[in-house]
Design a binder for this molecule. Structure first.
Ligand SMILES: [Zn+2]
Length: 255
């Protein structure tokens, strides 16, 4: 089996004691490729270190996560834009809008997101998009910027069927993760209606571990649980479903 974790922060300090073991566990269960989205200025070095250590099974993305957009975001973005020039990044991420805990930087978040959407267009890179409590503003901005040049993943998608359709119509893929395995997640109910060629898988490790590991620190090897559960719902053989999502990811990121 060949699975790709399209969104994992395995370079995070939460793995400082057992990162190599976690990487081995992932590879052993078939998670043979891991896409690493950046978070802020401080995560670039650890992310690149991990990629250097595992060049064959990791790829890196560059971007400023919306919750980390603060007063100094313009300087941070300038440094990231420079970093992107190195040409080693397969995507722009993670970027987006998040007004869940704190909407005090709303204006800055919108501006930072728009800037990063422009990078993706200019560099022809797919996006990894984070959206929480911001659906209407997200759609408005994506509609404004979409001219056929934007593509990518709505990461950790947990919305309604109508919301899924809006993103699909805008040309985006849906990144399904651990939340899809939770009892109260509505995505399960309409999963069979989604186009299989627009679904990709992710853990968002260390967050949002799937059932039966819910509540634990998440890690890429747990992607198997999410894949199994979704394949079950779709009444598809796991291998077949895994292969489909892997092809989708390889096409999207030109891996
Ligand atoms: Zn993330």
């Amino acid at each position: 089996m060949y699975l790709i974790d399209t969104h994992t922060h395995i370079y995070d300090h939460q793995y400082s004691l057992d990162r190599n073991d976690a990487m081995q566990r992932a590879l052993e269960v078939g998670v043979k490729m891991m896409l690493l989205p950046n978070v802020d200025a401080s995560t670039i070095a650890p992310m690149l270190d991990l990629h250097e250590q595992y060049p064959d099974c990791t790829r890196v993305m560059m971007g400023l996560q919306p919750e980390e957009v603060k007063e100094d975001y313009k300087e941070v973005l300038a440094a990231m834009e420079k970093e992107l020039e190195r040409g080693i990044y397969v995507g722009v991420g993670e970027v987006g809008l998040d007004f869940y805990w704190d909407a005090s930087y709303e204006k800055e978040q919108l501006d930072a997101f728009e800037t990063q959407l422009d990078w993706a267009k200019q560099l022809h890179l797919p996006l990894s998009i984070h959206c929480r409590n911001a659906f209407d503003k997200m759609v408005k901005l994506l509609e404004k910027k979409q001219d056929g040049g934007l593509c990518g993943i709505m990461h950790c998608f947990t919305g309604t069927e109508e919301e899924a359709k809006v993103y699909l119509d805008l040309g985006f893929h849906l990144g399904l993760g651990g939340v899809t395995t939770y009892k109260n997640c509505g995505v399960k109910d309409y999963l069979p209606n989604l186009p299989l060629d627009r679904i990709v898988l992710e853990t968002d490790a260390p967050y949002l571990a799937p059932v039966p590991c819910r509540g634990k620190r998440n890690e890429p090897s747990f992607l198997v649980h999410t894949a199994k559960r979704i394949a079950e719902i779709l009444q598809m053989p796991l291998e077949e479903f895994a292969a489909a999502t892997t092809t989708n990811t390889e096409t999207l990121f030109q891996l």
